[in-house]
Design a protein around this ligand. Structure first.
Ligand code: ADP
Length: 252
């Protein structure tokens, strides 16, 4: 995180992109976009574009990685070479390994893994275009893809970050805010139970600022949860309509 003196991020009480301090960037999610995956979701969040695909549950290979009492949720986060202004070197790096691990752990909290011993549920998060907040976007999309795959889950995970720029606590940091801000706190939230399944902090916040940031984030996660549920409803109502149409055609 670069120095906050490098760039002006708040002018006349508003952020560079015109958002209020507690305002999310625009988010849209579409479920079931890939034919060959068991489940999928495509998410746009501000300038972020992220695809999530789920395969499984299927037998875990290599076998020594099997868990005898439960399935392993194995997420792989990847940023495409063309996802950032300077070409990103393809392949895993420290950052993508870290994000893959925390996405796996967050999703394991909601999947009923004990139903599928010795299995693996593969979750691929492909960042096609990145503009800050991709771990939150990836986790949000991945949980929709898991539900789309029909994998039994206790709930979805909604994820969002808040942080601090120029001494002000703000929701959902954009790219410049992330680069030149003072703190960034990504959170994964399970709405039904109120549990936190991901919490990281880059930078520093006072106790009061932390409380304020968490309140903002949790409210935002509730908003995101509604968008996730809408995406799933939309997919299944479309499928139902198509199925009904087939019936009508058959009968005609
Ligand atoms: P997140 O995307 O979850 O906010 P980071 O805080 O690590 O994760 O990254 C912030 C942003 O920095 C990313 O969303 C992306 O726009 C940019 N970024 C990350 N890694 C690279 C990279 N290797 N090259 C160029 N930009 C990157």
């Amino acid at each position: 995180m670069a120095s906050d003196k490098d760039m002006k991020l708040i002018e006349d009480g508003t952020r560079l992109d015109g958002r209020d301090f507690d305002e999310l960037r625009d988010i849209s999610i579409k479920a079931g976009v890939l034919k060959r995956a068991d489940g999928s979701a495509y998410l746009e969040w501000g300038k972020n574009k992220i695809m999530a695909a789920v395969y499984g549950p299927r037998e875990m290979h290599p076998r020594h990685a099997q868990e005898t009492t439960k399935a392993v949720v194995r997420a792989r986060y990847n940023m495409a070479a063309f996802s950032v202004p300077d070409r990103k070197r393809p392949g895993p790096d420290r950052r993508s390994i870290e994000i893959s691990k925390l996405v796996s752990e967050a999703l394991e909290k909601v999947v009923f893994t004990e139903k599928y011993p010795r299995s693996v549920i593969d979750v691929f998060v492909e960042v096609l275009q990145a503009s800050a907040g991709t771990r939150c976007g990836g986790l949000t999309a991945a949980s929709v893809a898991l539900a789309d795959a029909g994998i039994p889950m206790s709930d979805l995970v909604a994820s969002c970050a808040s942080g601090k720029i120029e001494g002000q606590v703000v929701l959902d940091l954009g790219k410049n805010e992330d680069n030149y801000g003072q703190a960034d706190v990504p959170v994964g939230y399970i709405p039904r139970t109120g549990e936190i399944c991901l919490l990281q902090m880059d930078g520093n916040l006072t106790e009061e600022e932390y409380e304020e940031a968490m309140d903002m984030t949790i409210d935002a996660c509730k908003e995101i949860y509604e968008i996730q549920k809408e995406a799933l409803k939309e997919k299944y109502s479309t499928e139902l309509e198509e199925a009904n149409l087939d019936e009508v055609i058959k009968e005609a």
